[in-house]
Write a protein that binds this ligand. Structure first.
Ligand code: MN
Length: 291
């Protein structure tokens, strides 16, 4: 059994651009090596947006040295980047963008969603890359809900959608640089589940909604984050209400992290170089959007 290290709840929110009202659930700056290989988790919404003709989101900005993973629960997110990647994702879909050597991108609400209005709920996870892969070519994986295997839990306790890594015999579609798991977990009120999580993985459990009792009686309420020890290989959860959870686990990357804004490198010199590259236009640019 993995030992529970802490339970934390969402603090105050902030806006990313004019499209994403987020609460930061963890970051490298506050949690350090305990969350490696993950760097940041922003939870956006659920927030109601009225119909509009004006695009909403966050305009062109750079990233380098890591990956951004966007999971949509409600609404629509449209992305395009200077490596040629792009697409629109809706509920159940995932965008896995590898910034690696550097790119610029924009993240907007989908055009249809903007015009229609509705509830936006999504998370954005930042995943670090090992030093040897920070100079890899940027690329983009658009993953639709139909590509993500859904595994039923025993005794009708719920389901696990395997976005990355493996759960039981099922493997997720996302290609990753280091061993990690990203699972979209749903538990049914009144049921218990035991999840096997690899020994040695840093493990984080984020509760988007519902209520779950952890082993030892500790309670996780929305929007709560449970941080577990690397040792041990299982978690036991009892759903007191229907629960929507995101389980993240991964082998720690044992390297220095120097993060500044949109860049995550290993040294200060590399951060200075990233800013210089961006300002010199070496991270590319977005092509003009067709009207
Ligand atoms: Mn971004």
């Amino acid at each position: 059994m993995k030992k529970l290290l802490s339970v934390e709840h969402a603090g105050r929110g902030h806006w990313v651009g004019n499209g994403f009202p987020v609460r930061t659930m963890f970051s490298h700056h506050s949690h350090g090596a305990r969350i490696s290989p993950f760097l940041l988790l922003d939870y956006a919404g659920p927030a109601e947006f009225p119909p509009s003709d004006q695009p909403r989101g966050v305009e062109e900005h750079p990233h380098k040295g890591f990956e951004t993973v966007t999971i949509v629960y409600s609404g629509e997110v449209e992305h395009r980047d200077s490596s040629g990647g792009g697409g629109v994702i809706g509920p159940g879909d995932v965008q896995w963008m590898t910034a690696a050597s550097g790119l610029v991108h924009e993240e907007m609400h989908g055009r249809d969603f903007t015009q229609r209005g509705g509830v936006l709920e999504m998370v954005q996870l930042w995943v670090n890359l090992p030093a040897k892969d920070k100079s890899a070519q940027p690329h983009y994986q658009g993953i639709t809900a139909s590509q993500i295997p859904e595994v039923p839990l025993p005794s009708a306790a719920g389901t696990v959608r395997v976005i990355a890594g493996a759960f039981g015999r099922q493997t997720g579609p996302a290609k990753t640089y280091t061993p990690l798991n990203v699972w979209d977990v749903r538990l049914t009120a009144g049921h218990r589940a035991e999840l096997r999580v690899p020994e040695g993985h840093n493990t984080l459990l984020f509760l988007l909604s519902g209520q779950v009792e952890l082993a030892g009686g500790e309670m996780l309420r929305d929007t709560g984050l449970a941080v577990f020890d690397r040792q041990g290989d299982s978690l036991t959860l009892a759903a007191l209400q229907d629960a929507k959870l995101l389980l993240l686990s991964g082998e720690p990357i044992d390297e220095p992290v120097v993060a500044h804004g949109p860049f995550v490198m290993n040294t200060e010199a590399e951060i200075r170089q990233a800013f210089a590259d961006f300002h010199a236009g070496r991270m590319g640019q977005l092509v003009a959007k067709p009207e």
